[in-house]
Each structure stands twice: as structure tokens, then as C-alpha cells.
Ligand binder design. Structure first.
Ligand SMILES: Cc1cc2nc3c(=O)[nH]c(=O)nc-3n(C[C@H](O)[C@H](O)[C@H](O)COP(=O)(O)OP(=O)(O)OC[C@H]3O[C@@H](n4cnc5c(N)ncnc54)[C@H](O)[C@@H]3O)c2cc1C
Length: 427
């Protein structure tokens, strides 16, 4: 049930880390906004997708440093971890354990009384009023029922994307190839002598390969390029002025997107995981094939399928495979949020992505984007937890006029004037 509100609601589509960061920032800046927030997610609760993907891939700790999380102040997660004596990794940059991160997010949700704000449903349609000051947001709440809200703003935090499926895999049924997002290492049990082929060279591929090997599988990892080491998803320069100042001077959105994609590059693996893979590769049960592609899949034999793999030097090998997992990533796209289709003609786009304003609104509509949809404005780390705080801060400033980062600066050095003007005035 979507509760009635006295004032037009602010709807957040998606209760993942980006939706949570937006909600936390908004109620921190203006606690009264809590009564106007409606968060819509098919799972009906916060962070269900996040928890699920960490459990399925058996991920013990995050890739990003402890300063990145959904709350406005960077040090909060570390303080929370220490106060509650939660497990730590002891790794450089304090990479938080999955347990500490989720415990912290639960505490944030409790502290700001956000638990009851999530409505189970899917945002299926959005229409704008004639002068763009209101939206009609339709939510499919299940059992063939829809509910339409007249909202003041909509934040798209649903992480819409489409999977990258290699051409050779496109027509293969799911008993031959399975997307990484559906593999559940937690429930898979013993894989003794099962031959698993993993396609991809990023951290998800690595988690799958490591998890399968630990469960006894014979693993072959096929990577289009060479396995590349990088601590974080993007170079840390992209989280501050070193790269972003230059990025902001690029006027052409298409060029921005090109630069952001190049900075992100293909899949990379941090040294702590690459070391594990190299160690596993010393055994004859674990093979890494770099600069390679699947050329042919033959299913004629009962049970296992035969995969022919070609490497860039022209050599070929065949592997008889029981399971093939595709960890080839996803591409963010507004197409995967069909609710906005009727407004699409008004949203400037480059390829599959919208071109947001500084306050992350799109097409002069009271609709904000967060996550990878905001790449053209925020750069290659938009989809990460760093991006969650950046978007939440900009959206909060647009809605409340308050910049929480400037507030924190003022608290550290009193006397500096506050600029409380919204990026875009909508009052
Ligand atoms: C395995 C893995 C590990 C990662 N680890 C890190 C890390 O350590 N550090 C880091 O910074 N980043 C990490 N990332 C990247 C990124 O932070 C995560 O992908 C994160 O989940 C993105 O958050 P989100 O809120 O944008 O999307 P999601 O977590 O995907 O949440 C989106 C939510 O929107 C809901 N939704 C979808 N459609 C609709 C709709 N129409 N209406 C309403 N709701 C809808 C979905 O059900 C979902 O609950 C990781 C990603 C993966 C896949």
C-alpha cells in the first residue's frame, strides 16, 4: 500500500545503495521530508539486490574503501565498525567487510526511520504535468493493481542496464550458459570434478572462478584481454579534481561518455584477488586463457557441451564444459527503465544514456538520475558507492537548497559562508 501524503511525494525508484544514499541525504538535510518520501522497489525492502549479489558470489568484503557508503560523512562507517566491534579486513584503505557494511546500512535505516518507507512495487509509467512542476508516477503494486501518485520529484535509482552477451552465446539456452547474476555459489554445494567455464576478466568473474575452485570444480577462465590488476573499479583520480576538473571542461557529452568509458576500461581485478587466482592457476585444475574468445559451442554430446576457444595467436583448444558462466558485465541504459518511455522524446541522450544537468535532472523534468545513468555528469565512478554520495548530495541540494558537503566544511572551519542556493530553482 502506498500511504497518502499531505504534500506531493518525492518518489525514489529503487531501494539499492543509491536510493538509500538519496533518502539518507534528504532526511539529513530536511528531516520533515521523511513524510514525503515514497521509495518503490519490487523487493519491498532496502538493499535486497545488494545483499543478494554479495551472498550469491560469496563476497567477504567490498572492493571500495570504507569512506564510500550511503551516508553524508565519510568517517561514519569506520566509526560504526569500531563502536560495534564489527569484523574488519585490515586491508589498505580499510576495505569494509560485507558484514560491517550491511550492519552500518541497517543502522542508518533505523536511525533515520527509513524502514517503513519502501513500498513493494515497480514504477511502470511516468507522465509530466503541462508546466513540468508535477509528475504522475504509476506504480504496479502486484495482483494486477496499479497506483498513481502525483509526485513533485522522481529519482531514478533503479540501476537500469542490459547484460553484455557475446554473440556466440545469444541463442544458447540457459542450461548451457548462465549469466553471472543468476549463479548462486552459496547454494551450489560441492562441484567436485565439475568442469566450469567462466567468461570474463573482472572481479565478478574472479569471485566466480575462486568460489567454484574452492568447491572442487575444474575451472577454465576465458578472458578477451589480459587479466589486469587495479585496486578499484576506476582509478582514484576519478573521485576528485585530478581527473574530474578536466572532465568537467569537456562540453561535448558524447566525448565525455567516450572518456568515461575509456577510463573505466574492461574488467580489472584487485591484487588481493589476482594473487589468489595466480596461485590457483599453479594447479592443473585451474586454467586462465587470456586474449581468447569462444569460437564455437557444440552441444551434440549428452550432458556436457564442447567449447572451442581461439586465442589471439591463432591457437585453438577445446574444453568439455558442464557449466558456463557469463561474467561479461552490463551496460547502463535508460531503455531498461521503460516507465520513462512516454517522456523519452524530451530527454537529451547520447546513445543509451541521458545527459543530466548539474543537479542530475534530465530534460528539464523534475526527474533526477543516479548511478551509472549519471555517468555523463559524474564520470566513470558514477555507479559506485562514491557516485551514490555525489548524486545524493546534488539531488538534495536541488530539492532542499542545502549542500551537505559544504555544511560539513563549515562545521570543520566555521566562518566560511554557505551557498544554499539550489542548482536549479524549482520553487
Ligand atoms: C557483485 C558486485 C559488487 C560490487 N561491489 C562494489 C563495491 O565494493 N564498491 C562500490 O563502490 N561498488 C560496488 N559495486 C557497484 C555498485 O555499487 C553496485 O552495483 C550497487 O548495487 C549499485 O547500487 P544501485 O542502488 O544503483 O543499484 P541496485 O543495488 O541494483 O538497486 C537498484 C534497485 O532498483 C530496483 N528496481 C529496478 N527496477 C525498478 C523499477 N522500475 N521500479 C522500482 N524499483 C526498481 C531493483 O530491484 C533494485 O533493488 C558492486 C557491484 C556488484 C555487481
Amino acid at each position: 500500500m502506498i500511504p497518502d501524503r499531505q504534500q506531493p511525494p518525492i518518489v525514489i525508484a529503487g531501494a539499492g545503495p543509491h536510493g538509500l544514499a538519496t533518502a539518507v541525504h534528504l532526511v539529513t538535510a530536511a528531516p520533515c521530508l521523511r513524510d514525503r518520501l515514497v521509495v518503490v522497489d519490487p523487493a519491498g525492502d532496502w538493499l535486497v539486490q545488494w545483499r543478494d549479489q554479495f551472498a550469491r558470489l560469496d563476497i567477504a568484503h567490498l572492493r571500495s574503501p570504507a569512506v564510500h557508503h550511503p551516508a553524508p560523512r565519510a568517517g561514519l562507517l569506520m566509526e560504526h565498525t569500531a563502536t560495534h566491534r564489527l569484523p574488519t579486513t585490515g586491508a589498505r584503505y580499510g576495505l569494509p567487510t560485507t558484514e560491517a557494511f550491511e550492519h552500518f546500512c541497517d543502522a542508518l535505516i533505523d536511525h533515520h526511520r527509513l524502514g517503513s518507507l519502501v513500498t513493494s512495487g515497480v514504477v511502470v509509467d511516468v507522465l509530466a504535468g503541462s508546466d513540468d512542476d508535477a509528475l504522475a508516477v504509476t506504480v504496479d503494486v502486484g495482483n494486477d493493481r496499479c497506483s498513481t501518485l502525483i509526485a513533485e520529484r522522481l529519482v531514478i535509482a533503479s540501476n537500469p542496464s542490459k547484460p553484455n552477451v557475446p554473440e556466440w552465446a545469444q541463442d544458447l539456452p540457459s542450461d548451457v550458459v548462465e549469466p553471472a547474476a543468476l549463479v548462486d555459489l552459496g547454494c551450489i554445494g560441492d562441484l567436485g570434478e565439475v568442469q566450469v567455464l567462466i567468461i570474463g576478466s573482472g572481479l565478478t568473474a574472479a569471485h566466480l572462478a575462486y568460489g567454484a575452485a574452492r568447491r572442487g570444480a575444474r575451472v577454465t577462465m576465458v578472458c578477451r584481454g589480459r587479466l589486469a590488476e587495479r585496486g578499484f573499479d576506476t582509478d582514484p583520480g576519478w573521485l576528485g579534481p585530478r581527473e574530474l576538473d578536466r572532465y568537467q571542461t569537456i562540453d561535448d557529452p558524447a566525448e565525455r561518455l567516450r572518456v568515461a568509458r575509456a577510463a573505466r576500461g574492461g574488467g580489472t581485478i584487485p591484487s588481493w584477488m589476482l594473487g589468489e587466482l595466480r596461485l590457483l592457476a599453479e594447479s592443473d585444475k585451474f586454467t586462465i586463457v587470456e586474449l581468447a574468445e569462444v569460437a564455437l559451442v557444440d552441444r551434440s554430446t549428452e550432458g556436457a557441451a564442447r567449447f572451442d576457444i581461439t586465442t589471439s595467436d591463432g591457437s585453438q583448444r577445446s574444453v568439455s564444459v558442464d557449466r558456463c558462466w557469463l561474467a561479461t558485465g552490463t551496460e547502463p541504459t535508460l531503455d531498461a527503465f521503460p516507465a520513462i518511455d512516454r517522456l523519452r522524446g524530451r530527454i537529451p541522450m547520447v546513445g543509451l544514456l541521458p545527459i543530466p544537468c548539474r543537479d542530475l535532472t534530465i530534460g528539464r523534468l523534475p526527474v533526477h538520475v543516479t548511478g551509472r545513468l549519471a555517468t555523463i555528469e559524474l564520470g566513470p565512478a558514477a555507479g559506485n558507492l562514491w557516485g551514490a554520495r555525489q548524486s545524493a548530495r546534488r539531488i538534495t541540494r536541488s530539492i532542499t537548497g542545502l549542500d551537505l558537503e559544504l555544511e560539513a566544511d563549515v562545521a570543520r572551519s566555521p566562518g566560511r559562508p554557505l551557498s544554499g542556493r539550489p542548482f536549479v530553482s524549482r520553487t
